[in-house]
Ligand binder design. Structure first.
Ligand code: GDP
Length: 527
C-alpha cells in the first residue's frame, strides 16, 4: 500500500457512450448538476458534429473548440473524484471514441427506450468486451412510449453479448409513466412529469404492502409485483465481481431529460464502479498504486489556428503521482521532458495543476512531440498498449498538388496520422501513400488541415480497396512467398507493420485459402 492509495481509490474515470440522440449529452449534464459542477441546465454543449455541418468548416471548428472544453469533465461527488470522458457521437469519429475507451475504467451506456440497441452502441460495446470494461446501462426516455422492458433487456443481452441485471424497474411508460422501483435500495421513486424532478421517494422494502396502491393504480401495482417476481426469477442476483469482470451489466431505467432515475444511477455508480484499474504494458502489468508515475497519450487535440500550431496531448495517468515540472521520460523519443503547464479539467474549465494521480486525465500543451499511444514514465522503459487500429472502411491515394511544398505535406501527413486522424499505408511496390478512414468526413478534415496548418495542398485519387489486413505467420518462407506474390498490394502502416491491402472480399478469401499458414488480422494488434 502506498501514500496515494486514498487519492487513487476515490477516483472514478469513465465514459458515457451511446448512439447519437439516445441522450448522452443530457445525462452528462444531469450528472454534472448533481456534482454541483454546473448550476444551470443547458450548460453542456453537445459536441456532436451534426450531419448538416459536414461541409461547413467554421461550424466544425466551432464544434471542435467546444469539444476540447468538454473532453474531460471532473467533479467531486460524495467524497469521490469523478472524471467523465466525453466521446464524439458522429460515427465518422468512431476511432476517437474507441481510443477514449482505452483511458477509462468503466462505461455507462445510454440506450433509447424506444429504439433499443442501435448500430453505434453495438460497435462501442465490442471494444468494451475486448477490454473487459465494466458497463452499466441506462435505459432512457421512459417518459415516452417505448418498448417492453423485458424485450429491451433480451435485446441488450443478445446484441451486446453481456448478461444483464436490472437494479431499477419502470412503472409503466410514456404518459402513464409513474416512476421506478429502485430494486437496489428497496425504494419507490415517484415521477411527476410537470415538476420534472424526483418529487417523492418512498421507502418500500416490501413490495407486497398495501401502501404501494396509495402511490400507483391497482393495475400498475399488480404489474410491478409480477414484473419484479419475473426479474428475480430470470436474472442473476447482482454480483459486483461479475460486473467488474465485464460479465454482468446492471441496468437502470429513467428519463435524463426529466432528471429522473439519474441520481440512483450515480449513487450506484460511485459505490460499485471500479477505481483505477491496472493497465497492461508490453513489459508487464502496471498497478495504479505503484508510486512511480506512468501514463500514456490517448488523444491529441490540435489547435487549428495556423499561427500557433500547438496541440494538447491528453494523458491518462496509469500509476502514481504526476508532478508539474518534474522530469519524465518520453519513451518513443528517448527524451527527458518537463511540463510546466499541465492542465486538469474540472467541470468545464481547464486549469494548471501542480499534481495529479492515477486515474486522472491531464492535458499537456505540445508542439508535435506526441503521438497517440506514446508512453511517459518516471524513467522505466515501458510501452503501454494502445487500442489496436481497425481496418479502415474507405481508402484513397493522397497526392501532392504543390511540388514546392513536398516537405510540408510529408510533415503534415506524419503529424495528422500521429494524432490519429486517419491511418496511413505506404504501398511498398510503388511508394504511394494511401489514407484509410472510417468516414468521408475525415478526408475533408485532412485536406483542410493540411492546407491551413501546413500550407500543403493535396488531392485525392481513387483506389479500389476492400480491407487492410495485418499479416503474420510462424513460417518465414511462407510469409516471404506471400509478400512476393502480393507485392503490388503490400504496404506498411505508420508503425512499420506489414499490411496486405485486399481489393475485394473474393480476393481475400482466395488468399486465405491459398496461404493457410498466414494469419490475416483485421485489427493491428493480436495475441
Ligand atoms: P446525444 O446525441 O446522445 O448526446 O443526445 P442528447 O442528449 O442531445 O438528446 C437527444 C434528444 O433527446 C434531445 O432532444 C433531448 O432533449 C432528448 N432527450 C434526452 N433525454 C430524454 C428523455 O429522457 N426523454 C425525452 N422525451 N427526451 C429526451
Amino acid at each position: 500500500m502506498n501514500e496515494y492509495k486514498d487519492e487513487i481509490d476515490k477516483r472514478r474515470t469513465f465514459a458515457i457512450i451511446s448512439h447519437p440522440d439516445a441522450g448522452k449529452t443530457t445525462l452528462t449534464e444531469k450528472l454534472l448538476l448533481f456534482g454541483g459542477a454546473i448550476h444551470v441546465a443547458g450548460a453542456v454543449k453537445s459536441n456532436k458534429i451534426k450531419k448538416t455541418a459536414t461541409s461547413d468548416w467554421m461550424e466544425i471548428e466551432k464544434q471542435r473548440g467546444i469539444s476540447v472544453a468538454t473532453s474531460v469533465m471532473g467533479f467531486e461527488y460524495q467524497g469521490h473524484k469523478i472524471n467523465i470522458l466525453d466521446t464524439p457521437g458522429h460515427q465518422d469519429f468512431a476511432e476517437d471514441t474507441f481510443r477514449t475507451l482505452t483511458a477509462v475504467d468503466s462505461v455507462i451506456i445510454v440506450i433509447d427506450g424506444a429504439k433499443g440497441v442501435e448500430a453505434q452502441t453495438r460497435r462501442l460495446m465490442e471494444v468494451c468486451r475486448m477490454r473487459k470494461t465494466p458497463v452499466m446501462v441506462f435505459i432512457n426516455k421512459m417518459d415516452r412510449e417505448g418498448r417492453d422492458p423485458f424485450d429491451l433487456l433480451d435485446e441488450i443481452e443478445a446484441e451486446l453479448q453481456v448478461r444483464v441485471r436490472p437494479l431499477s424497474w419502470p412503472i409503466d411508460m410514456g404518459q402513464r409513466f409513474r416512476g421506478v422501483y429502485n430494486i437496489h435500495e428497496g425504494a419507490l421513486n415517484l415521477f411527476t412529469p410537470d415538476k420534472q424532478r424526483v418529487t417523492e421517494t418512498v421507502t418500500l422494502t416490501d413490495i407486497h404492502s398495501s401502501e404501494l396502491k396509495t402511490h400507483v393504480t391497482s393495475e400498475q401495482a399488480e404489474k410491478l409485483r409480477t414484473d419484479l417476481e419475473l426479474v428475480d426469477g430470470v436474472y442473476p442476483t447482482f454480483n459486483r465481481d461479475e460486473y467488474l469482470a465485464g460479465d454482468l451489466a446492471p441496468v437502470f431505467f429513467g428519463s435524463a431529460l426529466n432528471n429522473f432515475g439519474v441520481q440512483e444511477l450515480l449513487n450506484c455508480f460511485v459505490e460499485t464502479a471500479p477505481s483505477p484499474r491496472p493497465v497492461q504494458a508490453e513489459e508487464r502489468e502496471v498497478s495504479p498504486y505503484e508510486p512511480a508515475f506512468t501514463g500514456f497519450v490517448f488523444k491529441i487535440h490540435a489547435n487549428m489556428d495556423p499561427n500557433h500550431r500547438s496541440c494538447i496531448a491528453f494523458v491518462k495517468i496509469c500509476s502514481g503521482r504526476f508532478e508539474r515540472n518534474a522530469n519524465y521520460r518520453h519513451i518513443r523519443l528517448g527524451k527527458t521532458m518537463k511540463f510546466s503547464s499541465p492542465t486538469a479539467f474540472m467541470a468545464q474549465k481547464k486549469e494548471t495543476v501542480e499534481e495529479a494521480f492515477a486515474g486522472d486525465i491531464i492535458g499537456l500543451p505540445d508542439t508535435g512531440n506526441f503521438r497517440i499511444g506514446d508512453t511517459l514514465t518516471a524513467g522505466e522503459e515501458l510501452h503501454f498498449r494502445g487500442l489496436p487500429s481497425f481496418s479502415p472502411e474507405l481508402f484513397k491515394y493522397i497526392e501532392n498538388e504543390d511540388p514546392m511544398k513536398t516537405k510540408q505535406l510529408a510533415k503534415g501527413i506524419d503529424q495528422l496520422m500521429g494524432e490519429g486522424v486517419a491511418q496511413l499505408f505506404v504501398n511498398q511496390f510503388n511508394g504511394r501513400k494511401i489514407i484509410g478512414t472510417v468516414g468521408q468526413l475525415q478526408f475533408e478534415v485532412i485536406q483542410y488541415r493540411l492546407l491551413h496548418e501546413y500550407s500543403a495542398a493535396c488531392r485525392w485519387e481513387p483506389i479500389n480497396l476492400y480491407k487492410a489486413c495485418w499479416i503474420e505467420s510462424d513460417d518465414a518462407t511462407e510469409l516471404e512467398n506471400f509478400k512476393r506474390r502480393k507485392a503490388q498490394y503490400m504496404a506498411k502502416d505508420l508503425a512499420g507493420r506489414d499490411v496486405y491491402l485486399a481489393d475485394s472480399s473474393y480476393v481475400l478469401t482466395m488468399a486465405q485459402q491459398d496461404f493457410p499458414k498466414i494469419r490475416f488480422h483485421f485489427t493491428s494488434e493480436f495475441e
